[in-house]
Write a new protein. Structure first.
Length: 237
């Protein structure tokens, strides 16, 4: 995966293969997601500044976050172009999968909170869907974030599923491969007690933001055609 990115978010200028080739946009605004304890409302308009790895290809622009059922709609308009996405939140972390306008069908985002025993408790959002899936992954092999996990989840329509999740290191990030009724391959970042990534194809990229006490966002971005990450800060208007 070579992800030479200039976001507006991100323009892919070169790429190569990877696991499973690294394997709708919804405009209507729905009632705000109901924050769980410890979650801060993230809707709003933000001024953004960001760049690719090592400060390359800097950009500025506007990020708008709007509620869409139990998830959020993200829209970036920057000096490098426009992108739209679907995001979700756990505690003081929020993550979004994004793509070019009209090109996000099939994209999704996973956001995990990592417990002290190494288990993963997460939410999975799909492009154009107003509800998220929930998932718990218990490690059965490996150390740290890398390893093999037993997965139990509930789809957005309430149906339970089971399977396995395998996580391997790849460049600056990680490849996640699910063997479940709906197999997926994602590229992700791990930061402390949280991890996030995108799945659905090479056009699908992601952000992982830390929500600051003042409501601003500080984040990292990457995608399924990359082994490096860019950064972005978003300040409320």
């Amino acid at each position: 995966m070579l992800f030479v990115a200039v976001t507006g978010l991100i323009i892919v200028t070169a790429s190569c293969g990877g696991p499973a080739e690294r394997i709708r946009e919804k405009s209507s605004v729905e009632p705000s997601p109901s924050p769980t304890p410890g979650e801060r409302e993230i809707s709003g308009v933000f001024n953004v500044e960001g760049s690719a790895e090592n400060g390359n290809n800097p950009y500025t622009g506007i990020l708008t976050i709007q509620p869409q059922g139990d998830v959020y709609g993200f829209r970036w308009t920057t000096t490098k172009g426009s992108r739209v996405g679907t995001g979700l939140q756990i505690g003081n972390a929020t993550a979004a999968s994004f793509a070019a306008t009209g090109g996000g069908k099939g994209c999704g985002v996973v956001l995990y909170k990592i417990a002290s025993d190494g288990s993963l408790n997460g939410r999975i959002g799909l492009w154009g869907e107003a509800q998220y899936a929930t998932e718990t992954a218990t490690r059965i092999e490996g150390r740290g974030f890398v390893g093999k996990y037993s997965v139990n989840g509930t789809s957005p329509d309430g149906n339970p599923y089971q399977g396995t999740l395998t996580i391997v290191k790849d460049g600056s990030g990680y490849d996640l491969t699910w063997t479940t009724p709906e197999p997926r391959v994602a590229f992700a970042i791990w930061k402390g007690s949280v991890a996030a990534g995108s799945f659905g194809g090479r056009q699908c990229s992601f952000f992982l933001y830390d929500i600051q006490s003042n409501g601003n966002l500080n984040g990292d971005w990457g995608g399924q055609a990359a082994v490096t990450f860019g950064t972005e800060s978003a300040k409320r208007q």
